[in-house]
Structures are given as structure tokens and as C-alpha cells.
Design a protein around this ligand. Structure first.
Ligand SMILES: [Zn+2]
Length: 414
């Protein structure tokens, strides 16, 4: 077995690893780069058969999770190339594609499930459900030619699926020859344990209780873990949660019984004015119809502002400005703070201009340094290869042999 990291060995974003064995090859992830100057189709790695589907030895793409830097270039692959992804991850991306470019409908897609081994030519693949900020995320064990490679994907141990992380540590795959390990947090200076989603519930609930007006919840709609965190904090503080139609549509499309049901009346559904225009333009009336009974309109929303916690993003700013709608209000920003500077408007500035209290309450979607070390200790790989990191040199601290794989160079798994 040999592997080459097309992208991601020395950066966060654009994850793509080619695995080759017995004359055949597959890709693990095919992500959009987040940095550099080349994006989109021009950033595709040189893999024979990827764009025309005509190489019988190129057997497909296995997508670890629905984050753009792991699946973003798959749309440029030939429809003939098989794609493998978790069923709920696929549902989420299909549902999102009705609203945003951060969604996609794949052709020739095959679903895999937690611990359900499957074969692609000479490769035997076993998905390990992972705790991560993307929904339905997996690490992947790849066996071929007598070698065993474990690809972490993105993972953490402090989210709502921390049981999956604990299970990986207590029942790890054995005899791993090479571990491709993400190291997103290694370039950051905070060394302590990460704040758990459960603790975040307490922090957010405390801020809600301090607020007299409306509470706006700023988080990525596809971050279902964070949605659950806000939902729990809302209930804890005695308020009612309002989702916009986009998030309600994602929840309904996933349809998992353990997630809040947007049609049950337990939460209310708001249709922001810009989204209303989009729904009319794209004839998405079927998307809105299931929420008819749960809808909330501005008159009720602004008559008693102390009742609600509402999902919010910059495109909804116009729905809240003027007429004292934001009086006594608070925005709880719950994304990586670096996104603030890129948003339009910058939400911190917008809060300042509109007299809204502003707080950042957030925890990372990625494992802390200590949790990454626990993964290495549990799996005891012969070698570890850095991926999805800006600090590959820090992998030396894990106490096992590190192989640095320059982008595009083959590495023999021994
Ligand atoms: Zn991710």
C-alpha cells in the first residue's frame, strides 16, 4: 500500500489523500482549499480518471464528512466516479443545496454506516463514527495488501458524540501501520482541555437569563451539535427556540428522532425576508409548507421579545433593524471568531451600532492537543502522518515516528 497526500499535509483545508494498492486507487476526501490562490476546478489534483471516469483502476472517492474542505471539489469529479459518504451526511448536503452553495447533490453515491465494513476493489474500509462539528462524520480504517491505514478525518472528544471518541480510545483498531491524523488545534497556543458542548449549554443559558430582549444565536446552520446546544440552553432558560426555514428544513430532512422536530410545535419557524425572496425565486414552496403550523410572524415575534432565542446570520440583519426591535437584545456568536472579520456586515460592529450586547461563546470542532495525544497512545501506529494542520512539526511531541509527506509525493506504508 502506498499513499500520497495531494493536499492538507501542511495546511488546514483541501484534504485529499490517494491510496494505492494492487494496481487500484481511491481518494479519501476531495476538499476545497481554504487558503492559497487556486480554488474550484483548477485546484483538482492530478488523478487519472477523476474528471472523465475512464480509468478502470480509479475506484472512487470516500468522503469522511460534510465539511467543504473535505468534499468541496467532489462536484468536479466525473458523475461516473462512485462516491461513498454517510447516509445522514448525504441527506444534510442534499437538503442544504436548496438554500446555499454549501450543499450538493452527488451522483453515483453509496452510503456507508458506522462500523459497517465494505469493499472497494482491493480496499476493505471500516467507518468509525467520529465526534466532530460536522454532522455524521467518520474516521476511516483502510485495509489492503496486508497493511492497515487509519485516517482520522476530523474529530474531537468534547462534543455531543464524545461517546464515539471514548469508544475509539477504549476499543481502537489494532496493528495500525500508518495513522493520518488531523492536527487543527496544534498551531494554536491554548493547551488546556477544550470546553465541552455540555458546558457551553450552561454558559449560553446564563447569558440568556441576563438578557431582557431578544437573544440572537449566531452559528453555522449545518453545525447540528451547536444547534442542539442552543436548543438545550433555550429550554433551560425558559425561552422558546426559533429556527429559520433553512435550519428547520435541514432538521426535517435528516429526520432523526433524537433531534428536535421542527414540525412538532416545540420550536417556532421564522422565514427571514431575504430567504422569502429566495423561496419565491426558486419555487421552494414545498420546503416551507411542512412548517405552516409552527410559523412565527414579526408581529408576534416583536410583541414580547423576552420569550425567544432565535437563529441568526448576517443576511437577516434587515429583519431586526429599527422600531426598537433589538432593544435589550443580545447576540451570542458561536463560530470561530476569525469568521467575524469576513462577514458582511461584521456582526460585532453591527451589534455596536444597534445597541445589542455581543458575546462570543464557542468551542472548537477539533480535538485538543491532549485528546490528539490520546488517539496516538490508543492506536499505537508504527508511523503518524500529519494532515489538516499548520503545525506538522509538533507531531514529534506524540512520541511515535512521524513521516512528513510533502503534497503530491508517494509514501510507502511499511
Ligand atoms: Zn471538518
Amino acid at each position: 500500500m502506498k499513499i500520497r497526500i495531494h493536499r492538507g499535509g501542511n495546511e488546514i483545508g483541501g484534504n485529499c489523500v490517494e491510496v494505492h494498492a494492487d494496481g487500484a486507487s481511491i481518494l479519501l476526501d476531495l476538499g476545497e482549499p481554504l487558503m492559497g490562490e487556486v480554488f474550484g476546478e483548477a485546484a483538482l489534483p492530478a488523478v487519472e480518471g477523476l474528471t472523465d471516469g475512464l480509468n478502470p483502476n480509479f475506484l472512487g472517492i470516500v468522503i469522511s464528512h460534510p465539511h467543504l474542505d473535505h468534499y468541496g471539489l467532489v462536484q468536479f469529479a466525473s458523475p461516473l466516479v462512485p462516491k461513498y459518504i454517510g447516509q445522514e451526511a448525504d441527506k444534510l448536503l442534499r437538503a442544504a443545496s436548496a438554500f446555499t452553495p454549501y450543499g450538493v447533490t452527488f451522483d453515483n453515491v453509496h452510503h456507508y454506516r458506522d462500523r459497517g465494513s465494505f469493499e472497494i476493489g482491493p480496499f476493505r474500509i471500516t467507518p468509525y463514527l467520529a465526534d466532530h462539528s460536522a454532522f455524521d462524520s467518520y474516521s476511516l480504517l483502510i485495509e489492503a495488501s496486508g497493511k492497515r491505514l487509519f485516517y482520522s478525518g476530523d474529530l474531537r472528544g468534547h462534543g455531543w458524540k464524545s461517546w464515539a471518541f471514548k469508544r475509539l480510545l477504549s476499543d481502537p483498531p489494532r496493528d495500525i501501520d500508518a495513522l493520518l491524523l488531523e492536527g487543527t488545534t496544534l498551531s494554536r497556543d491554548d493547551r488546556g482541555p477544550a470546553l465541552t458542548e455540555a458546558h457551553l449549554v450552561e454558559q449560553i443559558a446564563a447569558k440568556i437569563r441576563e438578557t431582557e430582549g431578544i437573544v440572537l444565536a449566531g452559528f453555522s446552520g449545518q453545525n447540528i451539535d451547536r444547534l442542539v446546544t442552543f436548543y438545550k440552553a433555550t429550554l433551560k432558560s425558559g425561552r422558546i427556540f426559533i429556527a429559520d426555514c433553512y435550519i428547520a428544513h435541514l432538521l426535517r430532512s435528516i429526520g432523526r428522532a433524537t433531534l428536535p422536530d421542527p414540525t412538532s410545535g416545540a420550536m417556532r419557524i421564522f422565514l427571514p425576508s431575504r430567504m422569502k425572496g429566495q423561496i419565491v425565486r426558486n419555487q421552494l414552496f414545498d420546503v416551507v409548507a411542512p412548517f405552516r403550523r409552527s410559523r412565527i410572524y414579526p408581529e408576534e415575534l416583536f410583541s414580547d421579545k423576552s420569550k425567544w432565542v432565535m437563529t441568526f446570520r448576517a443576511s437577516m440583519a434587515g429583519d431586526f433593524e429599527g422600531d426598537g426591535k433589538l432593544e435589550g437584545g443580545r447576540l451570542i456568536y458561536s463560530m470561530w471568531p476569525g469568521y467575524l472579520e469576513r462577514g458582511s456586515p461584521n456582526l460585532r460592529d453591527w451589534c455596536g451600532q444597534n445597541g445589542v450586547a455581543f458575546d462570543i461563546l464557542h468551542t472548537s470542532g477539533h480535538a485538543s492537543r491532549d485528546d490528539l495525544a490520546r488517539v496516538v497512545q490508543a492506536l499505537k501506529p508504527k508511523t503518524v502522518l500529519p494532515i489538516h494542520t499548520e503545525a506538522p512539526e509538533r507531531y514529534g511531541d506524540f512520541g511515535v515516528a512521524v513521516e512528513f509527506s510533502a503534497n503530491g509525493q508517494w509514501h510507502e506504508v511499511v
